[in-house]
Design a protein around this ligand. Structure first.
Ligand SMILES: Cc1cc2nc3c(=O)[nH]c(=O)nc-3n(C[C@H](O)[C@H](O)[C@H](O)COP(=O)(O)O)c2cc1C
Length: 221
């Protein structure tokens, strides 16, 4: 069982969010997972150009580190997303990755995997950012097992309790993968989204050739 942690703070080793991502990975290792951490701030990932070539051909026109990151996500059983709150949203680093994954969402490329999210902030906004990250994971076909967030500027000591929560979240993530734990409400939502995409891709099959062929090959249409 492989679990990939993705931190999106630009502060590298000084990142407080990294402490939560690391704690999730520690918890997962306790349950037998093999883990890997990626700091997307250290990668070369450029903005989406909106050209839609990926819809037609299945590959981005840009040659940067995104393809390798997606390969790592594909070979993982679980994915942990981490972001500090930046202006009530995720960091630009994470948003850039998210924008580049529209084709992966249309193809429901990460179906069958489990995930979770962690966030830190100065004062507020963590719960909205956590909901957004877990929603993004759901859009990829991933079932989410929880989230941990913490506001730190008025109470930096709160990080310790959040680290404990994140450790438990990591154990839940690994256990969910091991036991293929059902999450019926999310599975229903994911099935509804898949039905929606089936219609969308059918309606655009002349242009979105790669996506149509992928869906036919999967036997989903
Ligand atoms: C550009 C920028 C924007 C921020 N925006 C917010 C915000 O909207 N709300 C908030 O509570 N904290 C905000 N913060 C504070 C960070 O979310 C907080 O310090 C976080 O713990 C940093 O995480 P890191 O150490 O992993 O980078 C912002 C910080 C920066 C640098």
């Amino acid at each position: 069982m492989k679990i990939l942690g993705i931190n999106s703070s630009p502060r590298g080793k000084n990142s407080r969010t990294l402490k939560l991502v690391d704690a999730v990975l520690d918890g997962a290792r306790q349950h037998g997972a093999e883990t890997e951490l990626v700091d997307i701030g250290a990668l070369d990932i450029r903005y989406c150009l909106g050209c839609l070539v990926c819809y037609a051909e299945g590959e981005c026109v840009q040659e940067d580190d995104l393809a390798e990151l997606v390969d790592k996500m594909l070979s993982a059983d679980g994915i942990v997303l981490g972001s500090p709150v930046y202006m009530h949203g995720v960091t630009a680093q994470l948003k850039t990755v998210i924008d580049r994954m529209a084709d992966a969402i249309h193809c429901q490329l990460l179906s069958g995997k489990y995930g979770c999210s962690v966030a830190t902030c100065g004062g507020s906004g963590d719960s909205e950012v956590l909901d957004y990250m877990n929603h993004f994971l759901n859009e990829l076909g991933i079932v989410t097992v929880g989230q941990v967030g913490v506001a730190l500027d008025r109470n930096p000591a709160a990080l310790d309790a959040a680290i404990n929560e994140a450790f438990k979240l990591g154990m839940t993530l690994a256990e969910s993968i091991q036991t293929k734990r059902p999450y019926p409400a999310q599975e229903k939502e994911i099935a509804a989204r898949r039905a929606f995409f089936a219609q969308l891709i059918e309606a655009n099959k002349a242009d979105w050739v790669h996506q149509y062929e992928y869906w036919v090959e999967k036997g989903w249409m």
